[in-house]
Design a binder for this molecule. Structure first.
Ligand SMILES: CC(C)(COP(=O)(O)OP(=O)(O)OC[C@H]1O[C@@H](n2cnc3c(N)ncnc32)[C@H](O)[C@@H]1OP(=O)(O)O)[C@@H](O)C(=O)NCCC(=O)NCCS
Length: 193
């Protein structure tokens, strides 16, 4: 039988020379955090401050990363935070998060933000989304291994494959920028502090 955490058709799965950790299904850590927006959440325009939503996104993603990895996990990056529509006071906001992809010690968490009026039975609409990378850490704050996520539905498999593309691009972008900075430093440019 093939190992439980091998995902069919997916190429970039990390190999662990120290031995395998049993995989965990996406559904095991999927989480929704819900919150009613009040007057204290507003910006100067009277709608909800984007930073309030970003904190909820980080909170929900952190809960998912902690659940999946079975211990502490820290936010390494947040990217592609998109605000589609303003959120208003009196909106009931639902932040839905799940592990899309896992590496050796990192996890990409995908988050969707939905809002509905707190006292109306109209369907919730999507108002935002984001992707966050969390690193699982040990007691000394050093990265530790995480269980491979096991996507079980076609939607989860699509999200896994899309997360792999984002991972490849993140690494390539970081490498390219580092190379440029090293080159400029070697040429004596960018000397100001
Ligand atoms: C995130 C952190 C643990 C990474 O530590 P590090 O010494 O750079 O360790 P590594 O280079 O081995 O990175 C660990 C993993 O995180 C990933 N990672 C690190 N920085 C990343 C970034 N900026 N974006 C995406 N992934 C990142 C690495 O790719 C690696 O993934 P892998 O093990 O699955 O291959 C460390 O930078 C840290 O503690 N940052 C502060 C986190 C924090 O406090 N967040 C809250 C802010 S208030």
């Amino acid at each position: 039988m093939r190992p439980a955490h091998k995902v069919e058709g997916m190429t970039d799965q990390p190999q662990h020379p120290e031995g395998d950790i049993p995989g965990k299904p996406t559904a095991a850590s999927r989480t929704t955090l819900s919150h009613i927006m009040t007057g204290s959440d507003t910006n100067l325009l009277g709608t909800v401050h984007g930073g309030v939503i970003m904190k909820l996104v980080d909170d929900a993603a952190g809960a998912v990363a902690g659940r999946h990895s079975g211990g502490p996990a820290v936010t390494a990056s947040m990217d592609e935070m998109v605000f589609l529509e303003p959120v208003r006071v009196g909106d009931l906001v639902h932040v839905k998060a799940q592990v899309n992809w896992t590496g050796r010690s990192s996890m990409e968490v995908g988050v969707r933000v939905l809002a509905e009026r707190w006292n109306e039975s109209t369907p919730a609409t999507q108002v935002g989304s984001a992707y966050l990378v969390f690193a699982a850490v040990d007691a000394d704050g050093k990265p530790r291994r995480v269980p491979p996520v096991v996507p079980e539905t076609e939607r989860d498999r699509r999200r896994y494959q899309e997360a792999q593309i984002r991972r490849t691009h993140r690494l390539a972008r970081r490498r390219a920028i580092k190379e440029l900075r090293d080159k400029r430093a070697a040429e004596g440019l960018d000397t100001e502090g």
